[in-house]
Each structure stands twice: as structure tokens, then as C-alpha cells.
Design a protein around this ligand. Sequence first.
Ligand code: ATP
Length: 132
Amino acid sequence: MSTLQLEVVTPDKTVVKETVEMAICPGVAGEFGILPNHVSILSALKIGDLRYRVNGKDEHVFISGGFADMNNNVLSVLAESAEKAADIDTARAQAAKERAEKRLAEKSDAIDEVRATAALTRAIMRLQLSKM
Ligand code: ATP
């Protein structure tokens, strides 16, 4: 079976470095799939689920947005933060969700709404992926 190399990297660590059968990325304009030997592509990613297949089994990684670069059969995903679904701390994500919801409910000028909304979106996505 043909494969491609997937690397998911954050400023702190390499989260995934594996040979995979395919990957589906959360692109800013919608999800897109990458199969082995896909043409070169560079795309911005949004907060979401990066899915990839190894030995017929789907794996899920939380991505906080970033970039995906497919070149020479290597898919490099650069993200501000990323965790494999199994490594997500559910209690932490729940606390982050509640914090963000509280901030957004305050409706004060001192609240950075864009930042709070992004934190809430990350927390909701982490909670969703932690159940997979
Ligand atoms: P928090 O407010 O809990 O820090 P956040 O969305 O602001 O959440 P990020 O800035 O996305 O956090 O990530 C900071 C670091 O903490 C990254 O290394 C990320 O992988 C890790 N991290 C954040 N939330 C979780 C979680 N629920 N489970 C595991 N690791 C997490």
C-alpha cells in the first residue's frame, strides 16, 4: 500500500511523526484530504481535528490552527498547539471552556472577545476529540 509521511510539529514538540495512509486536515476553507503522492499544497488550518489513518485505523489530533505543507510526499503540519486525542486532559479543557464562557458572558470592554471566542472554540474541540 502506498503511504505518506506525516509530521505534526508545535513550537515545543513533535506531536506526530508517522507513516500514514491518508490524512484529513481542518482547512480554513473546509476539510481536505491528502493521499500519498498528492501534489504540493500549502494551506492555512483552523482549530479542528486532524485525522489520519494507520493500518486502516483512524487517529485524531487536536490542532489549534496553523499551516499544512505537502511536499515530496511529506505532510508537515505546523501548529501553535496540538495534542493526540488520547493525550487531551478533559478536566483542563472543561475548565478552559468555563473560563471562556464566563469571560464572554461578562460583556465588558476589558474582555478581548476574539481571544475568548478562540479559547472557547479550542476547549470545545478538545472536549469533542477527547471522547474519540
Ligand atoms: P488552557 O487555558 O487550558 O491553557 P489553551 O487553549 O489556552 O488552554 P493552548 O494555548 O492551546 O491552551 O496550549 C498551551 C499548551 O498546553 C500546549 O502545549 C497544549 O498542547 C497544552 N494543552 C492545552 N490544553 C490542553 C488539554 N486540555 N490537554 C492537554 N494539553 C493541553
